[in-house]
Design a protein around this ligand. Structure first.
Ligand SMILES: O=C(O)c1cc(=O)[nH]c(=O)n1[C@@H]1O[C@H](COP(=O)(O)O)[C@@H](O)[C@H]1O
Length: 235
């Protein structure tokens, strides 16, 4: 069983560290550093978190021309201690392949798994058809991106839990499915549109769930984490 990944979306590193301090000192968490923390604190935040023994998902969602992404991924690879990192699949096959090459170019990056974002969990059917002008269902688009990602060297994808069964059927069980947009039934969706509970993510075959506000904004963060963990581990 993997641990739920906690999205550390905080405005300052002080806030982030006081959140982490609520957990027992020997708790080995799996945490996600996104744009907000990384733009603010840079590589230091990675060093400080891995010094505490936590595993790191660095989620910068790169989306640029292949050369730029390859060079940026080389820098991410050199940071070391990054288990998972992301690009947008919409950047295309050449960009995904370049991202993987960038990681493979550094010894540390060879241990970093590359994930492609398919359709963000905040994207609705209407936005897909009317704003992105992509016809068909969200699942069709997610599956298309998952195939392109797999064919170009990605190790997995990020999608909603609603699409995981279909992705696994199309790509095989080793291709990682990472699932944000996680909410317990009683929790508000906020800006997410394609949400599932941890239990449903597990039943559908997700390898990892990513959970932010339901834990980081809870009055009792440790018990909120426990509740998510129990739902995730439930058969
Ligand atoms: O790449 C991601 O992690 C991601 C992809 C996606 O499609 N949807 C999504 O919500 N995320 C991230 O997952 C986290 C979800 O946060 P909460 O909605 O607060 O649980 C945020 O850090 C998002 O940036």
């Amino acid at each position: 069983m993997t641990r739920p990944i906690i999205a550390l979306d905080f405005a300052t590193s002080n806030e982030m560290f006081s959140f982490l301090d609520k957990f027992p000192k020997d708790a080995q968490l799996f945490v996600k550093i996104g744009m907000e923390m990384y733009y603010q604190s840079g590589p230091d935040v990675i060093k400080n978190i891995s010094a505490r023994g936590h595993d790191i998902f660095l989620d910068l969602k790169l989306h640029d021309i292949p050369n730029t992404v390859e060079r940026a991924m080389r820098v991410i690879g050199e940071l070391g201690n990054i288990k998972l990192t992301t690009v947008h699949a919409a950047g295309g096959s050449h960009m995904i392949a370049a991202a993987k090459n960038g990681l493979l170019a550094t010894p540390n990056g060879q241990n970093t798994k590359l994930l492609a974002i398919t359709q963000l969990t905040s994207t609705s059917q209407r936005q897909l058809n009317e704003e992105q002008l992509i016809p068909g269902t969200v699942q069709d688009s997610v599956l298309n991106y998952a195939r392109v990602a797999q064919q170009n060297g990605a190790d997995g994808v990020v999608s909603s839990g609603l699409e995981v069964q279909a992705i696994k059927a199309a790509t095989g069980s080793d291709f990682l499915c990472v699932t944000p947009g996680i909410r317990l039934q009683t929790q508000p969706d906020e800006d997410q549109t394609r949400v599932v509970t941890p239990a449903v993510a597990r039943q559908n075959g997700s390898d990892y769930i990513v959970v932010g506000r339901p834990i980081t904004q809870a009055t009792d963060a440790v018990s909120a984490y426990q509740q998510i963990l129990e739902s995730w581990e439930q058969k």
